[in-house]
Design a protein around this ligand. Structure first.
Ligand SMILES: [Zn+2]
Length: 403
């Protein structure tokens, strides 16, 4: 998986700002800029962060700069509740500087907020670790050190990069891998200076305001045992989305479970199971024609990140990726409906299960790379991609599914 130590894992601020960004974008005319309207309604926080949040929560498509179906749904709910989007903006303005929890002030936005959180595999993985360890310990609340340890036991690299300041990670790794007993480790982990502020404050506040966690965050200096900010617990009515798995986990395309029986879709006449050279190995002979045709359709531009790589200064270079891999145990079809044209980096990331793609909204979630996260898959009208293969990729290769 390579070293991914210093990436900022979550860049979030108050989720009312994400909603505010969407609303402002909807109300401006030729005479006002988004920035001016954003200031006028005193939404708060940084405009770029708010935009990023609206993209991350899946309300705005970054590639096309358009509002997505979930974004439209949030606008419709707001018109219904407040009479107009301007009414919704006034409601957000009224929250400026307030400590009221967003879903308590305006429960109508709760489904959109929780769906937005569900757009991020990292957030859901974190919440699933919390749900699993509270269930295992038969307690509803974990302290920050207990929660960190539970996450560390499931996903060490993720836990360290998400929760621990980079200058403490090496020390803490040594402690966590030492023979020390759990109690000693937990006592060490009480030190608030270990923790990464964006996670323990901003991320936690987002989850609190979305009605998912019971307490809000705090910056690391004021994290103390016994204080609400030190506690991690899910609200009683929060439903974790997706199947009961351990969350986003990098598995290679090989060694994944065999699907019980092929879906009827995959037996329709345009899917030819690839020929096999049985006399040597079970090497799959790929149909290079369909890949070259599809590369032409996209002028070798990556459907995931939009980059066009070159093999020479003038010749573009791209690769074909089979979402449901060819050969055992997957036996995916060698057909355009199962193919993406991608750059070598996105190809590797797809193979390692670092990229999940929503089958309906085409929202792309990357395990750690922010430049490839919260973007949308590009699909040409000439390319009849079957969303079922995106679902197969998410469930089997990434071990992640939105549904
Ligand atoms: Zn790419």
């Amino acid at each position: 998986m390579g070293s991914t130590r210093d990436f900022p894992v979550f860049n979030l601020n108050h989720p009312k700002n994400f909603i505010g960004y969407l609303f402002v974008r909807q109300t401006i005319d030729q005479t006002t800029s988004i920035a001016a309207a954003y200031d006028r309604y005193q939404i708060g926080g940084d405009l770029v962060d708010a935009q990023r949040g609206a993209e991350r929560f899946g309300w705005i498509n970054r590639h096309t700069d358009s509002i997505t179906p979930p974004g439209e749904q949030l606008l419709a709910t707001t018109r219904e509740q407040f009479g107009s989007i301007t009414g919704g903006l006034t409601a957000i303005e009224d929250l400026y500087g307030s400590s009221t929890r967003l879903v308590d002030a305006h429960p109508c936005w709760k489904p959109a907020l929780q769906q937005g959180v569900a757009n991020s595999p990292r957030l859901i993985r974190l919440l699933r670790a919390l749900a699993d360890s509270t269930a295992t310990s038969s307690r509803s609340t974990l302290s920050l050190p207990e929660f960190f340890l539970a996450l560390y036991q499931r996903a060490p690299e993720f836990a360290l990069t998400a929760f621990i300041r980079d200058n403490h990670r090496d020390n803490l790794s040594s402690l966590l891998n030492s023979d020390s007993d759990q109690q000693t480790i937990l006592e060490e982990l009480q030190d608030p200076s270990f923790y990464y502020v964006p996670t323990v404050q901003q991320l936690k506040s987002v989850l609190y305001h979305s009605g998912i966690l019971t307490t809000r965050g705090s910056d690391a200096r004021s994290l103390k045992p016994g204080k609400p900010a030190f506690e991690w617990a899910l609200t009683n009515d929060y439903q974790l989305p997706g199947p009961e798995t351990t969350g986003l986990k990098a598995t290679t395309a090989h060694g994944s479970p065999l699907e019980a029986s092929p879906h009827p879709d995959e037996q329709s006449p345009d899917y030819y199971p690839p020929d096999r050279a049985d006399y040597t190995t079970s090497r799959v002979i790929r149909n290079t024609t369909i890949v070259s045709e599809l590369k032409d359709t996209y002028t070798s531009t990556c459907q995931v990140c939009g980059e066009q790589r070159k093999r020479t200064p003038t010749q573009p270079y791209a690769e074909g990726h089979h979402l449901k891999p060819l050969g055992n145990p997957h036996n995916g079809p060698d057909a355009k409906s199962n193919l993406l044209i991608v750059c070598p980096q996105c190809h590797a990331d797809l193979d390692y299960g670092l990229i999940a793609i929503h089958p309906d909204t085409l929202h792309v979630a990357h395990e750690y790379d922010q430049t490839r996260d919260s973007i949308s898959l590009t699909i040409s009208e000439a390319h009849d991609l079957n969303p079922r293969f995106l679902t197969y990729h998410n469930q089997t290769i990434v071990n992640w599914d939105w549904r």
